[in-house]
Design a protein around this ligand. Structure first.
Ligand code: GUN
Ligand code: ZN
Length: 575
């Protein structure tokens, strides 16, 4: 119970992660979208979803299966996978959505949990109670208390991974309490009761709710955004750390003749052009409008899924290359109310910046005033305080940036509407001064003093940039080609350890892990004793034992809080 779920982070950007989720041996790459299949009126069959969209998980409704006599017999007989003809992950919902729509349901928490056990759901839900976005607080609180009781009831009796609903309406104190309680007991946490918020385009509230939930659950919890199926919000929700989405929207919207795009919803009847080249739009063109009945719904649903999966792929690519903020800056300008999410994001910037990575290869595009509040900017400004320089370049929103840092991320790839050539400036700086400033920036004030005048710097023949630093004939550091980041060798690592007291720059590990780390194996989260909070994902860190003996140097794979929250997966990639 709960033991069959594992989740490992592969790549990170802002609060987003690309992860590998395994449920009962079945793998899902996250962020993932689970199309909702209505067993009574399938628009596309799970098999078609698998064949055409390579879908690895679908969601269906256990309450519908329970209440429909014919389907109930069939699903109890064949199991939910047999019924759907789908051997991937099948998630089921409990009737909470119907509860929200109709005010009551004809089942109990116990019954619907038992039913999901019987039909073999991989993921299931208890009967959480989604409160209305503007419910009175007393009502929302009452509904939350009942939801939390039902969560307790599910614990220990569910044979599936519980998709544990976190409710609390728009009241952030209620959301925080719910998240703390649910986050303690369940590995898959669902932000519930947000469909109405999404329908009303209250994106700023959506940000506050998701951020509040994330701040109050351990970071290794997989987070599902219940009913968030519109591609226009995937980048936003992913940036806040949502891993799973479910979409009934592709089919429901299709029934209304609504045509999804990553920038918002269009109505097919109003279109004189189709702004899409998916197989459906390519094949039919405007004749899509002339189709009728089920065929029209089906084809429109296929288009809706194509754009949804396209956007999801775009988000994952952005996480991989570290350009999610660039994507957000574009997406959040699709609608004025989406732009309001930028304001809320900025209010959570301090928190989000602790999750973000400190270096990367992507370009930094200054695309508008929100750049001031980007997590990279918050982190960079903090680090710039460590560096003292007489010659600076103006780079809004970072402020005055020492010329010595012009070759590292994000300054090297900084682009603003009025960007001027920096190559010239680069040529005017002595390599050793650049190196010292970069040391201060990466490791802390005074780290630059560890570079004596006598070091020998070798440059890359191809790029002309610094590549190796020798001290007294020994390799002291190298510079990573992709982002010019300083990679300390043993001697430098020892000097850093000397210069900066414990726990600065450190990840300390259990004695049990020491022999493996000595061999160059990765440090796993569960062996970490302590970590310096000032570190950021992608920083170079000193791996030490409990007595502060240096074991190795490595690259931090997660943020410090994630390292402490995770029991599984890599914390430091050791060189
Ligand atoms: N579907 C849409 N919203 C919700 C929710 O809050 N809880 C559950 N269980 N299902 C949902
Ligand atoms: Zn299309």
């Amino acid at each position: 119970m709960g033991s069959r779920l594992s989740f490992e982070v592969k790549a990170k950007d802002i609060g987003a992660r690309v992860g590998l989720l395994e449920i009962g041996g079945k793998k899902i790459e996250t962020p993932a979208l689970m199309p909702v299949v209505n067993p009574r009126r399938e628009v596309l069959s799970p098999r078609e979803l698998r064949e055409e969209f390579n879908v690895s998980a679908v969601m269906t409704n256990a309450y519908i299966l329970l209440r429909d006599e014919e389907l109930r017999g069939e699903v109890l007989d064949k199991g939910v996978h047999g019924l759907l003809g789908f051997d991937g992950v099948v998630a089921t919902d409990s009737g909470s959505f119907q509860l929200m729509q109709y005010g009551n349901v004809l089942t109990s928490n116990k019954e619907i949990i038992g039913f999901q056990n019987k039909i073999g759901s991989d993921i299931g839900s208890f009967l959480d109670i989604p409160s209305m976005p503007d419910a009175f607080k007393a009502r929302a609180e009452e509904q939350l208390d009942l939801t939390l009781e039902r969560a307790k009831e599910a614990r220990g009796v569910a044979d599936f991974i519980v998709n544990a609903g976190i409710q609390g309406s728009s009241y952030l104190d209620l959301r925080a309490r719910a998240a703390k309680e649910i986050g303690e007991d369940f590995r898959l946490c669902a932000v519930g009761g947000i469909v109405g918020i999404m329908e009303d385009y209250r994106f700023s509230d959506l940000v506050d709710i998701i951020a509040t939930v994330k701040k109050n659950i351990p970071l290794d919890r997989v987070v599902h955004a219940f009913g968030l199926g519109h591609p226009m919000v995937f980048s936003l929700a992913a940036a806040l750390g949502c891993d799973l989405f479910d979409s009934a929207a592709y089919a429901l919207y299709a029934r209304d003749g609504r045509y999804l795009t990553a920038m918002g919803t269009l109505h097919l009847d109003n279109l004189s052009y189709l702004p899409c080249c998916c197989p459906v739009c390519s094949r039919y063109g405007l004749e899509l409008k002339e189709l009728e009945g089920d065929e029209k719904v089906r084809e429109l649903a296929r288009h809706n899924l194509y754009v949804s999966f396209e956007e999801l792929a775009r988000v994952k690519q952005a996480i991989h290359e570290g350009s999610l903020w660039n994507l957000l800056s574009v997406r959040l300008r699709s609608h004025p109310l989406l732009l309001s999410a930028l304001q809320s994001l900025s209010e959570h910037g301090e928190w989000l910046s602790t999750l973000d990575r400190i270096t990367g290869k992507s370009s930094f595009y200054h695309l508008g005033p929100e750049a001031e509040h980007r997590t990279e900017v918050i982190n960079v400004r903090e680090r710039l305080k460590r560096v003292d320089s007489k010659r600076t370049i103006k780079m809004p929103p970072f402020g005055d940036v020492p010329v010595e840092l012009s070759s590292i991320y994000p300054f090297v790839s900084y682009m603003a509407p009025d960007s001027v050539g920096r190559e010239e400036v680069y040529a005017q700086v002595r390599d050793i001064d650049r190196l010292r400033a970069m040391m201060d920036y990466q490791f802390g004030s005074g780290a630059g003093s560890l570079i004596p005048e006598r070091v020998r710097i070798k440059n890359s023949r191809r790029t002309g940039r610094m590549r190796w630093v020798y001290l007294d004939g020994e390799l002291f550091a190298s510079l990573r080609a992709s982002d010019n980041w300083i990679i300390p060798k043993e001697k430098m690592a020892l000097s850093l350890r000397e210069k900066f007291p414990y726990p600065l720059l450190r990840v300390s590990v259990d004695d049990e892990a020491k022999p493996f780390v000595e061999e160059g194996k990765s440090v796993f989260c569960k062996f970490v004793l302590e970590i310096d909070d000032n570190l950021r994902c992608m920083d170079e860190v000193l791996v030490v034992d409990k007595d502060d003996n240096l074991i190795r140097v490595g690259t931090l794979h997660l943020s410090p809080r994630e390292v402490m929250d995770y029991n599984k997966g890599m914390a430091v990639r050791v060189r």
